[in-house]
Design a protein around this ligand. Structure first.
Ligand code: TNX
Length: 539
């Protein structure tokens, strides 16, 4: 029934009922449309101020290359002070007095001039993304932007999108494209899931076997197909990892798009690929651990030994040299306690530390890692299972099993990122499961994503301040290729991007759907394999 409604909405009614001629996504906080337009020509220049600021110049150059790619026009970037700068130009200027936060901007478009102002180059970058969306789609159309006055800033400081590169390796070129698409929609945090049972994907110099052994998995044998995942394996071996040079390149690229990368190193569970490489890190050091060839949750996890902590600290140390951002995601989800229950070492450790059960042992594990990460001036994020047995003092909680974990964490005065499965899991079906590609579990159509309010009403105004933002998660068990990822992620990630940016208030799905329908063809020349057939788009 829901699916039917969804189709109806897209095919016939919604677009006819509203008439939003400004197809901006996310829609700006304050927008006043005006008469007239600014026309870009071969003599239009991009003026930068201060011209001595390399980041402002870089924003202008990126914008110029995006206009060139989309519309075929070359725009020169020049210092605002040059004599050439007179006339009908586009000015990008830092204005420290603007009180719109470090991501906000003001954009004024008249027939004579375009002025973008922000207190940071990041704000100017977002002004440029808005300008891109105001330009026409077609190369042949006259290049105009409608006159308007925009004052814009995001609702949340954390606007995230996640990608699981472990279940299926995703090439560097795709990761950059993904970051580009995030930035186009003003998302600012890329959560890169780099390790899991089925593959270790990041080169660690001190532990070469992590990638020599841990990045490769054998094909799944028919006899291994499980009840829960019948016929959902492709019968092929898989592998792949990112060298440190590639990671540095991606990090630099993301910086140029004002996207921060949060790397995730999973612990204590989802660790089979690491154990296959270094069995001494498990509770049964003589066991022949294998990189998992099936999906699911596995009993073999990191043993909380000094050897394991030494290893993880070494790994995190290398990870911190590659990723300059504040956060290291340490996983923490789905850690079965069987191996710890059966381990004499673990039972002894629990006694010594007065830990009453294995949940407290998990908390001990996370706290010990947090202490190390904090000692290096960084902070941890963990999935909501890190609430078990007591939260580490400075941890940020990612609430994925619904919103309860996020609510509990905010009440304990911990920062929270909302990623509940029922509204933020882009690996769920987006249309009728009978005709859609195989997906995991739930059903999450676009309107349900768009209807999500990330700050739980159960929280007091003071507690609400702990909600940093919202993120879409993309687990790739059933997305072997980057085209599959694009199909599942777009356009639902665009709905999340708007939710994360737009001020709180009643949202109108029909208005969004209309803007989206006009916006999606912008992705065609890139190209992006978004779920076109669900959106009746022929462009
Ligand atoms: C649960 S969401 C997981 C992932 C799986 C996903 C889908 C979360 C923190 N853990 O390891 O990929 O379900 O199967």
């Amino acid at each position: 029934m829901k699916y039917l409604l969804f189709c109806l909405l897209f095919s016939f009614s919604a677009f006819a009922q509203t008439n939003n001629q400004y197809n901006l996504i996310p829609f700006p906080a304050r927008f006043v449309g005006q008469d007239g337009q600014f026309t870009l020509t071969a003599s239009t220049r991009i003026l930068v101020s201060p011209a001595t600021d390399a980041t402002v110049r870089a924003v202008a150059q990126t914008f110029a290359s995006q206009v060139k790619a989309a519309n075929g026009l070359s725009l020169a970037v020049v210092p605002a002070s040059t004599a050439l700068a007179k006339g009908a130009n586009i000015s990008l200027a830092i204005n420290k007095k603007l009180a719109l936060g470090d991501e906000g901007y003001k954009l004024t478009i008249t027939s004579g001039r375009v002025t973008a102002e922000a207190s940071t180059s990041k704000g100017l970058f977002y002004a440029a993304q808005t300008m891109r969306q105001l330009l026409p789609l077609s190369q042949s159309a006259p290049l105009t932007m409608p006159a308007c006055a925009i004052t814009d800033k995001p609702r949340y400081g954390y606007r995230g999108l996640h990608l699981d590169a472990s279940r299926h390796f995703m090439p560097v070129a795709f990761v950059k494209k993904y970051i580009d698409l995030m930035a186009m929609h003003k998302q600012n945090t890329f959560h890169w899931h780099l390790t899991d049972d089925q593959g270790w994907r990041i080169e660690i110099k001190k532990y070469p076997k992590l990638t020599q052994i841990g990045s490769k998995r054998a094909e799944t044998l028919i006899g291994q197909y499980s009840q829960n995942y019948p016929q959902q394996y492709d019968g092929k071996p898989h592998g792949g990892f990112y060298t440190q040079a590639e990671i540095r390149d991606v990090v630099r690229y993301a910086q140029s798009r004002f996207v921060t990368i949060v790397p995730e190193i999973e612990m204590p569970g989802h660790a089979l690929a690491a154990l296959a490489a270094y069995p001494e890190l498990g509770c049964e050091p003589t066991k022949a651990y294998q990189v998992a060839t099936k999906w699911g949750v596995f009993d073999d996890v990191f043993c909380p030994s000094d050897k394991t902590f030494g290893f993880l600290q070494d790994v995190i140390t290398e990870v911190m040299t590659l990723f300059p951002g504040k956060y290291i995601h340490i996983g923490g989800d789905e850690c079965p306690k069987t191996a710890w229950k059966n381990s004499a070492f673990c039972q002894e450790l629990m006694k010594k530390n007065n830990l009453k059960d294995e949940h407290e042992l998990q908390s001990y594990f996370i706290r010990r890692i947090e202490k190390f990460v904090n000692s290096k001036g960084r902070a941890i994020i963990g999935w909501d299972e890190i609430l078990e047995g007591g939260l580490a003092p400075n941890a940020t909680v990612m609430s994925w099993r619904g919103t309860a974990g996020g609510i509990a964490a905010a009440k304990q005065k911990h920062a929270v990122i909302m990623t509940p499965g029922e509204t933020c899991y882009l690996d769920h079906y987006q249309g009728n499961p009978a005709t859609e590609p195989l997906a995991i579990g739930g059903y999450l159509p676009l309107d349900q994503v768009y209807g999500y309010e990330p700050t739980p009403a159960e929280l007091s105004p003071a507690e609400q301040n702990y909600v940093l933002g919202v993120q879409g998660n993309v687990w790739t068990e059933y997305m072997p290729t980057s085209e599959d990822v694009e199909y599942m992620v777009f356009p639902r990630a665009i709905a999340l991007a708007e939710i994360a940016w737009m001020p709180k208030g009643p949202r109108n799905f029909e208005d969004f759907a209309q803007r989206l329908k006009n916006h999606l063809p912008r992705l065609n020349p890139i190209p992006v394999n978004y779920a076109k057939r669900l959106f009746d788009i022929t462009a």
